[in-house]
Design a protein around this ligand. Structure first.
Ligand code: DC
Length: 337
């Protein structure tokens, strides 16, 4: 008995997606392994507990894979496991496992790092567009890393503020560059941003740091240093990166590029709620004015300004809920991988 394995993911829990994905997975396994009907002894699907809309065994039967017993089981939830994932064990009477090809499609490619290419997803857009929320969900669902590049510029801005240096002062910033020690570390899949060895993940979220980050990020030398680190990380593992210049400058060859945007008042409202929940007292109109100013500064700077890459998909989130945005983006990704 030889078992051939396969897995795929769906963008959303709906019957049509399950039917299409099960067919694609089975067709892929059968054609890659040149399988004959008579060689198949059974199909065992397992699915993550977030799939309810349709039974994969039924979907398999409907597309012609009905000549051996079909079973399906629900998996227990695993921390950090893939979401909306359908796995398959195909029991065959092939003699040797040696030449068997296991097939991992769509998001499930990340299950098999040995056979999957590195997947980089670039999310760019202005402050408050929702890109970090989307990035976190995508990273979790595809079980890949989330690299928040804004956090790195925030740490640079914090350094300038702590040293009493104007983040706009190019000469002074160039002077502190050799000792600008920003690093990112991952613990339990979560990014921690370190400044001179200190975990500043919380401190960099204060509103006062936002403008400093925007100002310091305009200096070419600062960008060169941060971009080098970002490229190193993206080269070594699959990740979702969010920022302003990921699709245009950091990873111009990223397979997936999205530009997430929203009306400035909607974005200001989101930031307002976020800061309020964290106990920061800010006036809405002041915050809105700051966001508009930061957009202008980020978009008009000379080096790698905030810009939509020619080949990025634009997603306006002004009137969309987060689930709708994620579903839209996943729809594009799943259609391609
Ligand atoms: O995404 P954020 O608000 O945390 O980013 C803070 C600032 O950092 C932003 O105003 C511009 C800058 N930034 C950048 O220039 N390039 C990036 N890739 C990410 C952020």
């Amino acid at each position: 008995m030889t078992i051939i394995r396969g897995a795929t993911t769906i963008a959303s829990d709906c019957k049509a997606e399950i039917q299409a994905s099960v067919k694609e997975l089975l067709d892929g396994i059968f054609s890659a392994n040149a399988l004959q009907k008579s060689e198949i002894k059974g199909f065992l699907f397992s699915l993550t507990s977030d799939i309810h809309s349709y039974h994969p065994a039924k979907a398999a039967r409907e597309c012609g894979y009905d000549y051996a017993p079909l079973f399906a089981a629900v998996e227990p939830d695993i921390d950090g496991g893939l979401a909306l994932c359908i796995r398959l064990m195909l029991f065959t009477d092939l003699e040797s496992e040696r030449d068997v090809k296991h097939i991992y499609q769509k998001g499930a490619k990340t299950l098999r790092k040995d056979i999957s290419e590195i997947l980089n997803i670039a999310l760019d857009g202005p402050a408050g567009s929702g890109k970090s929320t989307v990035a976190k969900i995508l990273a979790k669902d595809y079980n890949i890393l989330y690299l928040d590049t804004g956090a790195m510029y925030r740490a640079c801005g914090l350094k300038a503020l702590r040293m009493g240096i104007d983040p706009k002062d190019g000469e002074k910033i160039a002077g502190i560059l050799p000792e600008l020690n920003v690093k990112v570390e991952y613990r339990d899949g979560k990014q921690h941003t370190l400044l001179d060895g200190e975990d500043v993940s919380l401190a960099i979220r204060e509103n006062s740091v936002s403008m400093a980050a925007s100002s310091i990020s305009a200096h070419h030398a600062v960008r060169v240093k941060m971009v080098e680190m970002q490229r190193e990380i993206a080269k070594s593992m699959s990740c979702v990166l969010d920022g302003r210049d990921i699709g245009t400058a950091v990873l111009p060859n990223a397979k997936f590029k999205f530009f997430i945007t929203a009306d400035s008042r909607v974005r200001a409202k989101r930031r307002f709620e976020e800061l309020k929940a964290r106990g920061e007292n800010v006036d809405f109109e002041t915050l809105h004015a700051e966001i508009v100013k930061r957009d202008k500064q980020d978009s008009e700077r000379e080096f790698s300004p905030l810009m939509c890459a020619d080949d990025a998909v634009v997603v306006d989130t002004s009137d969309l809920g987060i689930e709708e945005v994620v579903a839209k983006i996943k729809g594009f990704i799943q259609a391609e991988i």
